[in-house]
Design a protein around this ligand. Structure first.
Ligand SMILES: Nc1nc2c(ncn2[C@@H]2O[C@H](COP(=O)(O)OP(=O)(O)OP(=O)(O)O)[C@@H](O)[C@H]2O)c(=O)[nH]1
Length: 415
């Protein structure tokens, strides 16, 4: 489990930070200390912290000694301080702290905790820095690496296009305007023919003297711009804001693709994503098996144990499906109906997988108060080496119907 260190001597602030840590970072083991001595002790036990939020002045370390101590251990450090002092700010930023947060309002604590949360996953975010000046690239790389981003460099627009084709999972591009071979505007135009603003953010850099140039970046398709020179704090705010916007869109899109009860893909997403799965399978001449699954006597379960218990059964089945079918595309396509595409599996293998799922499900004990019961499902499995989903769906539906007719709790295949 990732460990975060929080050093703060005020009981009131500590209470706020503890609350934020429990809500924002539930999967992080957060260690709280209130003095320099206690912090040294915490390091003595286990110094494996991924980051730290540290109060600049403590009763036993009035001059930021605790910040120096934490930084010497190589731990990314977010500094909290009661008052803003430009000279001190500069010293800390130059020394390489992740950020400098003034305890002005509760938003400051939210900001610090959000930053600590981001530091945990920033290494999975690829940022491409495009600039013909090696010194500029190095400066931006240093700033980004302070917040643990995964940084890639390109010397001009052409080099950047090459990098994106090799690593299409780049999430953010920070590009200068004036560069040989391909300038910043041409680069943005080129990128936008393949990647839209919702999936890849671009921040354009231009010097303040260039005036209107910065806004032009947005007109060419960038998400944002920054005038050089900039304060590191401004740089970080822009980066975070743009990445958060992308993440929010992703969350909304994902929610629209999911069934609210089980969290599985819904029918619409299943049909949409099936196109890619089938195209790839046909391209590699792989067999494709399709299965339709319907829980047995579900109306009886609802009528007998109540709708809430019915919902619980659906969730339990979804969890099991996630375990058994993780390599494949599957969804809740109706009330108690689920669909599964098994790319690369012939009938025998597909039947074995769905029967394994059936066996595991029927063995699960469901509870309603003191009463326990079991639930089964019926299914149909169809295999094609080339064909469309509608045809497979209809055939699997027929087989499912026959399985119900034949007594339920069974899976029939088309061979
Ligand atoms: N609890 C709960 N029930 C649902 C949900 N969606 C659909 N159902 C119920 O699922 C039941 C399906 O009933 P039927 O189509 O008659 O099928 P069945 O009782 O499972 O019978 P067989 O399919 O023939 O085994 C209906 O009572 C629906 O109200 C849901 O989200 N939650």
């Amino acid at each position: 489990m990732a460990r975060l260190l929080v050093v703060e001597d005020s009981n009131t602030v500590m209470r706020v930070l503890k609350h934020l840590a429990s809500t924002r970072l539930p999967t992080v083991d957060t260690v709280f200390t209130q003095s320099f001595a206690e912090t040294k002790q915490a390091f003595g036990q286990n110094s494996d912290f991924y980051a730290a939020i540290v109060d600049l002045t403590l009763p036993d370390a009035l001059n930021g000694e605790v910040v120096d101590f934490v930084m010497k251990q190589g731990i990314p450090c977010i500094v909290l301080t009661g008052d803003f002092n430009e000279k001190r700010r500069k010293q800390l930023v130059d020394a390489g702290v992740v950020d400098y947060v003034v305890k002005e309002s509760r938003h400051a604590y939210h900001y610090a905790m959000k930053l600590a949360s981001r530091l945990r996953t920033n290494d999975q975010i690829k940022v491409l820095v495009v600039d013909d000046s090696a010194m500029s690239r190095k400066h931006i790389r240093n700033l980004l690496e302070r917040q643990l981003y995964n940084v890639i460099e390109a010397e001009d627009g052409l080099d950047a296009i090459e990098q994106i084709s090799i690593q299409p999972d780049i999430r953010l591009i920070i590009t200068d305007f004036e560069m040989p071979n391909m300038d910043g505007f041409k680069l943005v135009n080129e990128i936008r023919t393949k990647f839209d603003k919702r999936g890849l953010a671009i921040i354009g850099l231009s010097s303040q003297e260039s005036g209107i140039l910065s806004a032009q970046f947005i007109k060419h398709g960038a998400n944002d711009f920054l005038n050089k020179p900039f304060y590191p704090e401004e740089f970080y705010c822009r980066i975070t804001q743009n990445l958060e916007a992308i993440e929010l869109i992703e969350e909304i899109e994902d929610a629209a693709n999911r069934d609210y009860l089980t969290g599985l893909y819904n029918r619409r997403a299943f049909f949409e994503f099936s196109k890619t799965v089938l195209r790839e399978a046909w391209a590699h001449q792989l067999p494709v098996s399709f299965s339709l699954i319907d829980l047995d006597n579900f109306k009886y379960i609802n009528d007998h144990y109540g709708h809430a218990v019915g919902d619980e059964v659906l969730k339990r089945f979804a969890t099991l499906m996630q375990r058994y079918c993780e390599k494949f595309l599957f969804a809740r396509v109706g009330g108690e109906e689920f669909a599964l595409i098994m790319s690369g599996l012939d009938t025998t293998k597909a039947l074995a997988l769905v029967n394994g799922l059936r066996q595991a499900f029927v063995e699960q004990t469901m509870e309603c108060g003191a009463t326990t019961f079991n639930v089964s499902f019926s299914g149909g499995v169809v295999t094609e080496s080339n064909g469309n989903l509608d045809a497979m769906y209809n055939k699997a539906d027929e087989l499912l119907y026959r399985a119900k007719e034949a007594g339920r709790n069974m899976v029939l295949a088309d061979d």
